[in-house]
Design a protein around this ligand. Structure first.
Ligand code: ZN
Length: 270
């Protein structure tokens, strides 16, 4: 089986130090986390920016730039910048960071009800972000919260805005999105094109079982405090610890771990 690509999503836009002191907030903390997680076996880092003072999700270009430059200098990780936005973040704010030309960026191809707000991605916004990624030569990671988002992505590829093979991330187990069951995972996997690659991000307690299924099914795994702040019930995790556990499990299942350069080959990054 193909080697396993591990993505670390260390920060996200929601958990704070108060929830888990291991959540990296400041650029240098995110860069240090990247260094540790690369050593542990991660090959992709999914990046969000935070306001260093109040810890809220930030759209500040300078913060994204500082994180991007630090990670590029200190690691060989594939940097995947999130284009996600909380309610009210307009296109310009979500797109500006793409001018850093990371190798990858996340792209959600539809809207979804998050527990307390609508994560709105209008057709126009998706189209514009996809076009920007094409302009900058960035490979999208298509974030799938529901089955319709796969079809939306295929339509964009049909329009020539994305190149096959596509890469998907199935975000499962978030309230309001597709439930994290093995039946749903098999269905999602069977709905994407055969040559596409995929990873799974299970939210909360779903992280570990969904990653385990993915390792067995030939998919890839995303872990990190963005998706789950616990290592097990009642015990807070660190990002590095979550990567190490997946490495251990994959090795036990006789599946080797991809280095960043091997992940580049698997994903067709140039
Ligand atoms: Zn994210």
């Amino acid at each position: 089986m193909e080697k396993l690509i591990i993505t670390i999503a260390p920060t996200g836009s929601i958990p704070t130090k108060k929830n888990n002191p291991n959540v990296p907030i400041k650029p240098d903390e995110i860069i240090q986390t990247g260094i540790l997680c690369e050593k542990a076996g991660a090959s992709i880092i999914h990046v969000h920016a935070r306001d260093p003072v109040d810890e809220t999700a930030s759209t500040d270009f300078q913060i994204f730039k500082e994180i991007y430059q630090g990670l590029s200098r200190e690691t060989n990780l594939i940097i995947q910048i999130s284009t996600g936005g909380r309610a009210g973040m307009e296109y310009e704010k979500r797109s500006e960071r793409l001018s850093l030309k990371p190798e990858m960026a996340s792209l959600t191809t539809g809207s979804v009800n998050f527990p307390s707000f609508v994560y709105a991605n209008s057709p126009d916004l998706i189209h514009a972000l996809t076009k920007d990624m094409q302009t900058y030569g960035i490979k999208p990671e298509i974030e799938v919260f529901d089955v319709s988002m796969i079809q939306n992505a295929l339509d964009l590829a049909d329009q020539g805005l994305m190149r096959h093979p596509l890469h998907f991330d199935f975000v499962m187990g978030l309230k309001g999105a597709i439930p994290a069951t093995i039946e749903n995972l098999v269905y999602l996997k069977n709905t994407i094109p055969r040559e596409a690659t995929w990873t799974v991000a299970g939210i909360g307690a779903c992280q570990l079982p969904m990653c385990t299924h993915a390792i067995a099914m030939g998919g890839h795994a995303r872990v990190g405090l963005e998706d789950c702040i616990y290592f097990r019930k009642g015990e807070l995790a660190s990002n590095e610890q979550l990567v190490k556990r997946i490495v251990k499990m994959s090795n036990a299942m006789d599946r080797k771990i991809a280095s960043p350069d091997e992940a580049r080959k698997i994903l067709g990054l140039t």
